[in-house]
Design a binder for this molecule. Structure first.
Ligand code: NAD
Length: 364
């Protein structure tokens, strides 16, 4: 089914990885987007460079915790949807400092819901009923799977990390605002995203950039943890489909049937990089290795590391007419080519405070 976007949207977290990919697609499709982002360490104005000068994109630097700011934007721009990506999103950071996750992910979502409720109370009933709120959440709220089975929308919540728990708390608030105040809200759950503009603390860009620089490629524990990978563009199309066709009060899981162990993923990435940026021609390696695989280094596991995630996307496929369009090999190729072509983007991040150091080893 064709991808369509609302005419006017308020998007939170649109300078982050998934948000910036979503905003670019929406603006290109003709939407007017007010993009509210606090520009934390993960928010990057460079991600929005392709939208510079586009009058269908209005960037507002601000915090979702500021209810009056959000309410003012809703009243001024009268969007027909609020798409909520803004979050603290890195599990390892949530182990080191859970407070920021509770503030942004739980309290921040509450403030957005309250702003939306106040705004809708002042609108004509038809416009209020048509207003849609989408909370972009994660499959991590369901906890960890054994060797079999899949996360479905009716899987019980069992979050294991402070990050997952904070997203679960936000999901429950969104659901409650639908049940209690009839807010036209939908929650989406997605597995591990990869693609252009992902901050290099996450596995795929971290491994790719370390490999290119001849550094060790850290694999947590035994490398047998399984994640379900989805190309970011497919996730963005899923969120658009949920906006257009999701039933109020429902949840939708997006996945690409892309289960893989972390070690298999790192090996696949190394093999592709061996072809795209041959080690023999890479001066950073100085002839030390014949394949990037040789840089793989097993490191101490993450505390409470979930063993397996796997998503059953059949409800989203049946009800939303959505389906992931990129297989892993194709998505990985697009992603690696993007990072190779955008080394300046990577270098500007490296010039900031994050040096790809290990995070999230705090004692429980
Ligand atoms: P990201 O960390 O790259 O981006 C988050 C953005 O939110 C940043 O631009 C940051 O500046 C902004 N932000 C943080 N706190 C804010 C605040 N208080 N007010 C306003 N803006 C704030 O994250 P991402 O990977 O793009 O994830 C986006 C959303 O998707 C998150 O809600 C995340 O939980 C969810 N999600 C991510 C994945 C994934 O694999 N990355 C998978 C499933 C769900």
């Amino acid at each position: 089914m064709a991808v369509s976007f609302p005419d006017r949207m308020l998007v939170t977290g649109g300078a982050g990885f998934i948000g910036s990919n979503f905003v670019a697609r929406a603006v290109e499709a003709g939407s007017f987007v007010v993009n509210l982002d606090a520009l934390t360490y993960a928010g990057n104005p460079d991600n929005l460079a392709p939208l510079a000068g586009n009058d269908r994109h209005l960037f507002v630097r601000g915090d979702i915790l500021e209810r009056d700011l959000v309410l003012g934007l809703l009243r001024e721009h009268r969007p027909s949807a609020l798409v909520h990506f803004a979050a603290e999103s890195h599990v390892d950071r949530s182990i080191d400092g859970p407070g920021a996750f509770v503030r942004t992910n739980v309290v921040g979502t509450f403030e957005l819901l309250e702003a939306a409720r106040a705004h809708l109370g002042g609108l004509p009933p038809g416009e209020a009923a048509a207003f849609r709120f989408v909370h972009v959440s994660t499959d991590e709220v369901y906890g960890s799977l054994g060797p079999g089975g899949f996360f479905r929308e009716d899987s019980p919540y069992a979050p294991n990390s402070p990050y997952a728990a904070s997203k679960a708390g936000a999901d429950h608030l969104v659901r409650a605002y639908h049940e209690t105040y009839r807010l036209n809200a939908v929650v989406t759950h997605c597995g591990n995203n990869y693609g252009p503009y992902q901050f290099p603390e996450k596995l795929i860009p971290l491994v790719a950039l370390n490999a290119l620089e001849g550094k060790p490629l850290p694999v947590y524990g035994d490398g047998q943890n399984v994640r379900d990978w989805i190309y970011v563009g497919d996730h963005c199309e899923g969120v658009a489909a949920a906006l257009a066709r999701g039933r109020p009060g429902e949840a939708y899981n997006f996945g690409a049937r892309g289960e893989m162990t972390n070690l298999a993923l790192v090996h696949a990435l190394c093999d592709r990089l061996d072809a795209l940026a041959p080690p023999a021609e890479n001066r950073a390696l100085a002839g030390r290795v014949a394949s990037y695989r040789e840089l793989v280094t097993f490191v101490q596991d993450r505390p409470g590391h979930d063993r397996r995630y796997a998503i059953d996307p059949s409800k989203a496929e049946a009800e939303l007419g959505w389906r992931a369009r990129h297989g892993f090999d194709e998505g990985l190729e697009l992603t690696l080519r993007w990072y190779l072509a955008n080394r300046a983007w990577c270098e500007r991040i490296a010039a900031g405070t994050y040096r790809r150091e290990r995070l999230g080893l705090a004692a429980p």
